[in-house]
Structure formats: structure tokens, C-alpha cells
Ligand binder design. Structure first.
Ligand SMILES: [Zn+2]
Ligand SMILES: [Zn+2]
Length: 339
């Protein structure tokens, strides 16, 4: 069978690899149908993802049809339509013991620390498998994982009905966060430099969009909040300055969610946090958010179809990457078809 492998930075190949077999009674073999390309896959491809080890079969956003089940996987049947949670944890460390396995001290994400889902068949533990109804559009299975990121961000920021929220950045994660926040009844201002992405944000129900090349964001925040400052800020731009700006724009008693993995420090004075008693939290991957996303996809309370702007056959992965590189303003989520 075939797999998409990054053998070293800037070298991606469709390789022939061994088809997986059931090795433990908890194993489930899935015939992959769709896989989403994410910023971190691109980071592995171009050598900027510090967590990557080569060679690597990439892909952490994927789903498909169950092909074979181990004898312990009694709740899963052959033919089930499923999405796969890529988070693998130890179950023993402090974070795991308090139910936050997504920050396990020996965390492994499929497609990053271990081989991922961009291959025709994959073997995963039954714990990582989440079922859909039979009639669900299987081309959207790859979008579950990015939505769990948006769900996790909402939960870390304790976003709830009536909250005013600023989302900085209207890429895939910003949009998933927006869609989930709107479902929760929040009022959202979202900012970006790409007008096309803000158009999608409008369709997802953003209350206010700000094209930062044409409009001053701080002024827009003042208007949106009657100069109170922003109660919740989600920074998906993840630069040194976007974090500094978030601290500035947050209201007293505000919450800031950061998701960046850059290690360049930002200039933030303790007084800025203390005076406003800010809550600044990180959000990483997802902690048991798959079932809620599956439910909201099935009840059509979320709009994953708006996220999927492109789809390519998996054998065309090089062209897909080229398009993402050359026209980043057009691509929100590129989905590879493995069928
Ligand atoms: Zn991703
Ligand atoms: Zn652990």
C-alpha cells in the first residue's frame, strides 16, 4: 500500500509501505478516506517543525472506514465511518492522572512524533477512534481534528454565551474557534490580513470582521466593547507582537488563549498581567473533544464544509503543497482523498 512520507526536509514521496495488521486486541485497522493538510505538516516538510523526526509518514487530521477490528474493540464494527484522535498519551504522568492527557509528559501526536494517517491503511488504538453515522459525508472526516482544536481553545478560554471574543487570525484554527464560539452564543470580532478569509468568517457568523491592513484593530476593539477592553482574546497568529498586543487589548479580568509554539520571548511586564488580573492560558491539541465535534457535525451546528476549500488526490500531494505555498490566501483547508 502507499503512504506519504517526508524522508527529509523538502523531500516528500509517495512510498510503498507494509500494510498494517492487528497486533494487539485493542487495534483497529482503518482504510483512510480523507486527510487534511495542516500547518504542522508543512512545518515537517520544510524543516521548521522542531518536534519532527525523519523519515515520517505525516498526517494527523484524518478519518476513514473501519476495515478490521481487534477482539477487544467490541464497540467498533467493520464498515464504521470514523475520525481518529491523533493524541497518544501514557496514562501515568501527572497531566494524564488529572485527565489532561493532551499535555502528557511523554505525549506523542500521530504524524509528528510517530507515523501518521496519510496512508491507505492505518492501525490505531480503539481509544482513538470516534464513530459517525453511516450517512455522514466522509470527505469531511478530516475536518474533525481541526475542529477539536477550536473546541479545546473555547474550553480553555471558558468561552460561553454572551462573551465578547476577539480572534486574531482567520486561518483554519481561527475559523474553527469562531464556529465553535458562535455555537456557544459568543459575540465574535475576528481580524486578519486576507479579505477572502474574512469573507468565510462572515459566513460562519462573525459579528464583526477587521481587515488589519485597512483598519486599526485596537480602535475596532474599543468600539466593539464600548472601550471596556476585550474579555476573551484568542491569538492564532502566534507572533512575538501578537501576544504583546493581546495583553494590551484585554479587559480587566480578561482571558487570553495562546497556541503558539515559537520560543522567542515576548515583552510582557508582570504589572500588565497583575493590574488587570489576566488569565493567560495555553491550549494544545485536544482533550476528549472528538465526541462533541462529531455530534455537532452530525446535527449541522457547525459548518466544516466552509473550511474545506480544496481537495486533491493523495498522489498529488506535491501539487497540493505547491498550491498552499503559492496561494496561501486562497487555501483554508486542503483535503487529500485516499479513496
Ligand atoms: Zn492540524
Ligand atoms: Zn502521561
Amino acid at each position: 500500500m502507499k503512504a506519504i512520507k517526508v524522508t527529509k526536509p523538502f523531500n516528500i514521496e509517495i512510498c510503498e509501505v507494509e500494510r498494517p495488521e492487528i497486533k494487539s486486541p485493542d487495534d483497529v485497522i482503518i482504510k483512510v478516506t480523507s486527510g487534511g493538510i495542516c500547518g504542522s505538516d508543512i512545518g515537517i516538510f520544510n524543516g521548521t517543525n522542531s518536534l519532527a523526526i525523519y523519515p515520517r509518514i505525516i498526517g494527523h487530521e484524518f478519518g476513514g472506514i473501519v476495515e478490521e477490528v481487534g477482539e477487544n474493540a467490541t464497540e467498533i464494527k467493520v464498515g464504521d465511518k470514523v475520525a481518529v484522535d491523533p493524541v497518544v498519551s501514557c496514562g501515568q504522568c501527572y497531566a494524564c492522572r488529572i485527565g489532561r492527557h493532551n499535555v502528557c509528559s511523554s505525549l506523542e501526536a500521530m504524524g509528528v512524533h510517530r507515523d501518521g494517517g496519510f496512508r491507505e491503511y492505518v492501525s490505531v488504538n480503539k481509544r482513538n477512534v470516534h464513530k459517525f453515522n453511516e450517512d455522514f459525508d466522509s470527505s469531511l472526516l478530516a475536518l474533525v481534528e481541526p475542529y477539536t482544536i477550536g473546541m479545546q481553545i473555547n474550553s480553555r478560554g471558558q468561552i460561553s454565551k454572551g462573551d465578547k471574543v476577539l480572534i486574531v487570525g482567520s486561518g483554519a484554527i481561527g475559523l474553527c474557534t469562531l464556529d465553535v464560539a458562535k455555537r456557544k452564543g459568543a459575540e465574535v470580532l475576528i481580524a486578519d490580513i486576507v479579505p477572502e478569509k474574512l469573507e468565510v468568517a462572515k459566513k460562519m457568523g462573525a459579528n464583526r470582521t477587521v481587515l488589519v491592513s485597512e483598519e486599526n484593530l485596537e480602535k475596532a476593539v474599543d468600539e466593539f466593547t464600548n472601550k471596556e477592553g476585550m474579555p476573551v482574546i484568542v491569538d492564532t497568529v502566534c507572533s512575538q507582537s501578537s501576544f504583546e498586543d493581546s495583553v494590551k487589548m484585554a479587559s480587566p479580568a480578561g482571558r487570553i488563549v495562546v497556541i503558539g509554539l515559537i520560543d522567542t520571548p515576548s515583552q510582557i511586564a508582570q504589572a500588565d498581567i497583575t493590574k488587570k488580573e489576566l488569565t493567560i492560558v495555553g491550549s494544545r491539541l485536544n482533550c476528549n473533544k472528538f465526541d462533541e465535534v462529531v455530534e455537532a457535525f452530525e446535527s449541522k451546528e457547525l459548518k466544516p464544509e466552509l473550511l474545506k476549500t480544496h481537495s486533491f488526490d493523495f498522489t498529488q500531494v506535491k501539487d497540493a503543497l505547491k498550491l498552499i505555498e503559492n496561494e496561501p490566501e486562497k487555501v483554508i483547508k486542503m483535503v487529500l482523498n485516499f479513496d
